[in-house]
Design a protein around this ligand. Structure first.
Ligand code: ATP
Length: 452
């Protein structure tokens, strides 16, 4: 990482802590490597992201339904899917400092890998390390009760395929969508929330006829690019990596990785994979239950193929923050130059939609009116009422959390300067810092149009 990129990343991490986006899990006990907590702003950001994904992929489509599967499933699922056998990363130990690393991520000097912790070259041979976190369901901690915390949400959608097909009465092509936690005992969690041991996924399994699989993979790639654009990550910022033959999973006929240029490097946000009939066939074989589809018109029975767009909530949240982070030099009312830190979130993703301020906190009429404006908007969107400090400081605080709009109630609003501007407020725009005067009565519709 260049020094500049490192500084940018440090600023982002510090802003996220200072403004209540992301904290280390269990921080007062020294944290836990690979686990993170989302604070008041972070949880809103993630909710907005997940809600919009759900709206786009479930509510706005006739060919999709949702589900919410359990995190712990019958161990047989993971035997059938191949995870118990092969869901592993190659691990090496450094014999000098005892640190453990992923063999495929070791830095190299003169063509020889070395330990990034101590620089030593005395490394063990790589061996497979299974990434599934284990637990026990039931009172006995024995092999019969061994369970795994799911490493992906996808399997529940395959094993419930038949139930969902029957209850939803969908015809091919149709998809199942799910958002939920997944767990991987990553050897080296790193790059902030990019690679953690507990994270959330937003996954779709889109079932289709075999002959449509390849074209639908391209279709979903395009849908997903549109999605990123609609949350404020331009198409030009996403690199499409068409995984070449020989590098894809053996069952996949096509896989695209969608990558974003994080400060620490270009890295995967999402994978769109054409998985053929691998998953349903594997579960059919291991469970002994039929998972075929019967096409009424063609009078034929077959195992559907599937296209899987699989995205990470946390990685997308990080991309949104990195994309939105900006600093600009501005001159305040007194002519002093200062740096304005802004998160330029798309309004639909921004944690707080509107800051609402009385111009002065010691004027009861202003305070009362501003509180009434906030109360009227609250059922419809996340607003933040703030009366502390100079108005400029209050704007800056909202800029730092990415609030797209701020409303100020002033003496015009309460009619102290004549009747023309009664019940109007100033609406201030985060990016341009421009202000306009609008009636309170039109505020809700105006904001709702921008944040939808
Ligand atoms: P990587 O190669 O980065 O480990 P992957 O190819 O194993 O990722 P998938 O199995 O395709 O990832 O998982 C789908 C998505 O889930 C990823 O694109 C990513 O957004 C998210 N994801 C996977 N592992 C993690 C993790 N450890 N932390 C955060 N998000 C993750």
């Amino acid at each position: 990482m260049s020094k500049e990129a490192q500084q940018r990343m440090e600023k982002i991490v510090s802003l996220c802590k200072r403004r209540g986006f992301i904290f280390q899990s269990s921080e007062i006990y020294g944290g836990l490597n690979g686990f993170w907590d989302y604070g008041p702003m972070g949880v809103e950001l993630k909710r907005n992201l997940k809600d919009f994904w759900w709206r786009r992929n479930v509510h706005e489509r006739e060919d999709m339904v949702g589900m919410d599967g359990s995190i712990i499933m019958n161990r047989a699922v993971w035997k059938a899917s191949g995870h118990e056998e092969t869901f592993s990363d190659p691990m090496v130990d450094c014999r000098t400092c005892k640190a453990r690393h992923r063999a495929d991520q070791l830095p190299q000097k003169d063509g020889t890998p070395y330990c990034p912790a101590c620089g030593g070259r005395d490394l063990t041979e790589p061996r497979a390390f299974n990434l599934m976190l284990k637990s026990y369901a039931g009172p006995l901690e024995n092999d019969d009760n061994l369970v795994y915390l799911r490493p992906e949400t996808a399997q529940a959608m395959f094993v419930q395929f038949k139930n969902i097909l029957e209850t939803s009465r969908k015809k091919l092509p149709f998809g199942i969508a799910q958002i939920g936690k997944a767990f991987r005992n990553e050897i080296n969690p790193r790059n902030y929330i990019f690679r953690s041991r507990e994270f959330e996924q937003m996954e779709i399994e889109y079932f289709c006829r075999p002959e449509d699989g390849l074209a639908l993979t391209d279709y979903w790639l395009e849908e997903r690019l549109k999605f990123y654009e609609d949350i404020g990550i331009p198409r030009a910022k996403i690199k499409i990596h068409d995984i070449p033959d020989g590098e894809r999973a053996f069952y996949s006929k096509k896989t695209y990785d969608l990558e974003y240029e994080f400060p620490f490097g270009v890295s995967e946000l999402e994978g769109v994979a054409y998985r053929t009939d691998y998953d349903l066939s594997a579960h059919m074989k291991h469970s002994g239950k039929p998972l075929e589809y019967f096409d009424d018109e063609k009078k034929e029975k077959f195992v559907p193929h599937v296209v899987e767009p699989s995205a990470g909530v946390d990685r997308t949240a990080l991309a949104l923050i990195c994309e939105a982070f900006d600093e600009e030099e501005v001159t305040d009312e007194k002519g002093n130059k200062e740096v304005r830190t802004i998160l330029r979130f798309h309004p639909r993703i921004a944690p707080v939609k509107c800051g609402i301020f009385p111009l002065l906190k010691n004027k009861p009429a202003l305070v009362e009116k501003a509180k009434a404006v906030a109360a009227a908007l609250r059922p419809h969107m996340m607003v933040f009422y703030d009366e502390a400090g100079a108005i400029g400081r209050r704007y800056r605080r909202q800029d730092e959390i990415g609030t797209p709009f701020c409303v100020t109630v002033d003496f015009d609003t309460i009619g102290e300067n004549g009747p023309e501007k009664v019940d109007t407020v100033t609406l201030r725009h985060r990016d341009s810092m421009q202000q306009e005067r609008i009636p309170i009565a039109g505020l809700r519709a105006r904001l709702e149009a921008a944040i939808f």
